[in-house]
Ligand binder design. Structure first.
Ligand code: C2E
Ligand code: CA
Ligand code: CA
Length: 392
């Protein structure tokens, strides 16, 4: 933050009520009195000392000074320029920005009421005064609490999509995919709400619930198929930062009598950006027998460079590649190179988003062993598979 210093003597007026505001002040030493003039009478509101900031309101909301600042004891002040403060606030989280502007509005309201004996003015309807970005921030906060409430009320459920061996279409496992069954919005897909969960502390309990559901349901899915299958669980970086993650994973596995080899953790490139700790956790999981797959392979910036990290058992070729291997020779070329590389490195290859038997066959010829997509089965709840087994 750009700062310059200025010295003031006792009695100096730093700024007057009604002046335009150009900067805010931080008190390095000395005392400053803030007062408000009402009907010709001066009302002191507060005396500020070392380390406190004042004069920030007028430069944030660009309205005239709402009070007068007078020096009570010789002062050394550092000046904070309008640009540096406004820039910081504008770059902050939209919810923080909204809070700052609401606090300022309330503070202005309070100074405007000084001198009116015990007669608070009616609170202005802030929603009518909010700008577009403020409304967006509010609706984000509202949506976040709806998502939290939905989880608490048991509105989340897991769906399972089959993963098959391409040469015989036999199911070898399932990917666990979350859904939100909202009483007002119907079935909500994860791309509508999972980012909100992943960006908040809620991800820890939700992530644990996903793991417990997926492991418990895998036992039933395996029974329904008559053989041991695996489950792939999407793990977000925030979950790996939970110090209890590995213990919880192990305990949940033991609780339902599952071997760790039958649980595959799907991570994305993002975790490599989280640093050594996240990578260390996945290595710990592998040492315990869990499998690790790199999801959405090829969509990030440097997918290939991560293959040398040796912490993976499998890669999932993203559906953006699968979708156009028959129509786009360049995509076909890149996909072929990826598959050859994965095979040479002994990494299992799973192709996502297979919607036709032609695409499945082409991928198999290209060297992919496993596939997933609407052609083989859509994500469905456990009850669907149990009912189908009963009907069979
Ligand atoms: P993802 O991990 O890449 O999951 C695959 C997505 O592709 C799923 O979308 C699946 O329904 C969809 N899909 C599968 N086959 C086909 C196909 O043949 N054609 C098309 N067009 N789509 C297909 P979904 O379930 O909407 O999930 C979207 C994303 O949300 C997931 O992408 C994953 O990143 C995230 N997600 C889902 N469940 C969870 C979860 O339990 N935890 C976390 N952290 N993220 C999750
Ligand atoms: Ca996935
Ligand atoms: Ca994927």
């Amino acid at each position: 933050m750009k700062t310059i210093f200025r010295e003031y003597k006792v009695g100096d007026i730093i700024f007057r009520q009604g002046d335009p505001g150009y900067c805010a002040y931080i008190i390095e030493s000395g005392l400053v009195q803030i007062s408000v003039k009402k009907d010709g009478e001066e009302f002191p509101i507060v005396v500020l000392g070392e380390g406190e900031i004042f004069g920030e309101m007028a430069i944030i909301d660009r309205l005239p000074r709402s009070a007068t600042a007078t020096v009570l004891e010789p002062c050394r002040l550092s000046l904070v320029s309008q640009d540096s403060l406004v820039e910081r606030i504008q770059n902050s989280d939209p919810v923080v920005r909204l809070l700052v502007s609401m606090f300022i509005r309330r503070a202005r309201n309070m100074t405007a009421n000084v001198g009116r004996a015990n007669k608070p003015s009616p609170s202005p309807d802030i929603t009518t005064k909010l700008g577009k970005t403020d409304k967006e921030a509010l609706s984000q906060v509202r949506f976040e609490s709806e998502v939290k409430l939905a989880f608490a009320q048991g509105e989340f459920l897991m769906n399972y999509q089959p993963i098959v061996e391409l040469d015989n279409s036999q199911i070898v496992g399932y990917e666990a995919l979350i859904r939100w069954k909202s009483p007002t919005m119907g079935m909500v897909r994860p791309d509508q709400f999972i980012n909100i969960v992943e960006d908040s502390a809620m991800m820890i309990p939700v992530g644990r619930w996903i793991i417990e559901q997926a492991m418990g349901d895998l036992v039933h899915l395996s029974q329904a198929q008559g053989r041991p299958l695996f489950v792939s669980i999407n793990i977000s970086p925030r979950q790996l930062a939970d110090p209890g993650f590995v213990d919880h994973l192990e305990m949940s596995c033991k609780a339902v009598g599952l071997e760790p080899e039958r649980v595959k953790l799907e991570i994305t490139e993002q975790i490599f950006l989280e640093g050594a700790a996240a990578i260390g956790i996945t290595e710990k999981c592998r040492a315990l027998g869990f499998k690790v797959a790199l999801d959405d392979f090829g969509t990030g910036y440097s997918s290939i460079s991560y293959l040398k990290e040796l912490i993976l058992d499998a890669i999932k070729i993203d559906q953006t590649f699968t979708r156009s291997i028959l129509s786009d020779p360049r995509v076909r070329c890149i996909t072929q190179a990826t598959i050859s590389l994965a095979n040479a490195l002994n990494l299992e290859c799973v192709a996502e988003g297979i919607e036709s038997s032609d695409v499945g066959k082409a991928l198999m010829v290209m060297g992919v062993r496993y596939g997933q997509g609407y052609h083989f089965g859509k994500p469905e709840p456990l009850s669907y598979y149990l009912a189908n087994k009963a009907a069979a």
